[in-house]
Design a protein around this ligand. Structure first.
Ligand SMILES: [Mg+2]
Length: 314
């Protein structure tokens, strides 16, 4: 990309992320300015505002690239605004989890961003829809939906991994594992008590590869279901996920499809999308194939649990 191609719209969520993320956001901006690019910065005031800025940039032919700096919620709304246009997108990870940026091969190093920008390697990205809410990474139904619901009642701004500890702990003891019915491409594949994950990306929180075969550009969503009746089951499944043997369990179902329905059988089932509260169930889930064109670091792979632990330890 050349400075003559147009300006770069740099959308920043000023509330997201730790200081390391903020450093990365400003360093990359400085790098682009040094290279002679016109960088127009806008700070988001809300998730809706992030979508509005992106929509405006998407229809401006003078805009050559939209960069989104924020966590998964911010990036999701920016991509929602770009969907259906051919505007090129690039993420700068600066949230807590950065599920999408991680899946695309980004990390928190400036050289990775520079490499992606200069190599010009473009990949198509699908978007998932749960009812009228879109998601880029994973929609979860059941236990993790209940955890996010609990967090959302107290959340004020940026959260860290520590924020999740008590909500997970309390939900773990109080959760009663309600039953759900799951239909994939018109075929019922599950009707029991359990946890359901629908993934556009292979990695989930802390790098766990729950929807391990997911490809974000293949026009399909991956479905991973755990039959789970109590806390002991949940611990068993969690251990299997950590050791990447969860899909071999007789109490797990793995499928792929274009249209998925998740319906509660008797009591309320909570849903989360990309770590934010999702819509009320029943959920009608669809995929918008290759909705976005994204700049990615060439040859980069998503970081898994081990890599991420190493990064934390240093
Ligand atoms: Mg896919």
């Amino acid at each position: 990309m050349n400075p003559q191609d147009g300006y770069i719209q740099y959308i920043i969520n000023p509330k997201s992320g730790a200081s390391s993320g903020k450093w990365l956001v400003s360093q990359f901006k400085d790098h682009l300015v040094e290279k002679g690019f016109e960088v127009r910065i806008e700070f988001t005031k809300s998730l809706e505002h992030a979508c509005e800025i992106a929509t405006k940039a998407a229809v401006d032919y003078q805009c050559a690239l939209v960069i989104g700096a924020g966590g998964d919620g911010t990036l999701r709304e920016i991509l929602h605004g770009l969907e259906g246009t051919n505007k090129l997108f690039m993420p700068v990870p600066s949230g807590t989890e950065n599920l999408l940026a991680n899946e695309l091969g980004f990390d928190l190093h400036l050289h990775t961003l520079v490499n992606a920008f200069e190599a010009g390697c473009i990949k198509p990205l699908d978007i998932g829809m749960v009812n009228d809410q879109c998601f880029m990474s994973i929609a979860g139904f059941g236990f993790d939906g209940a955890v996010i619901d609990r967090i959302s009642h107290n959340r004020t701004g940026h959260i860290s991994h520590l924020t999740y500890f008590w909500p997970i702990w309390r939900t773990f003891w109080e959760h009663d594992f309600p039953a759900v019915r799951v239909v994939v491409d018109d075929k019922e594949i599950f009707n029991d008590r359990g946890l359901v994950f629908v993934g556009n990306t292979s990695r989930y929180a802390i790098g766990l590869s729950i929807c391990k075969n997911a490809d974000f550009g293949d026009g399909l969503l991956d479905v991973c279901i755990f039959r789970c009746h109590d806390q002991a089951h949940l611990i068993g499944h969690s251990i299997n996920v950590i050791f990447k043997r969860h899909t071999k369990s007789k109490n797990a179902i793995y499928a792929q499809g274009k249209s998925i329905q998740v319906t509660p059988v008797d009591s309320t089932v909570f849903c989360q999308v990309d770590g934010d509260p999702g819509p009320q169930l029943p959920a009608n889930i669809k995929v918008i194939p290759q909705a976005i064109q994204v700049l990615v670091p060439p040859g980069a792979k998503p970081a898994g649990l081990r890599t991420r632990l190493k990064r934390i330890i240093g």
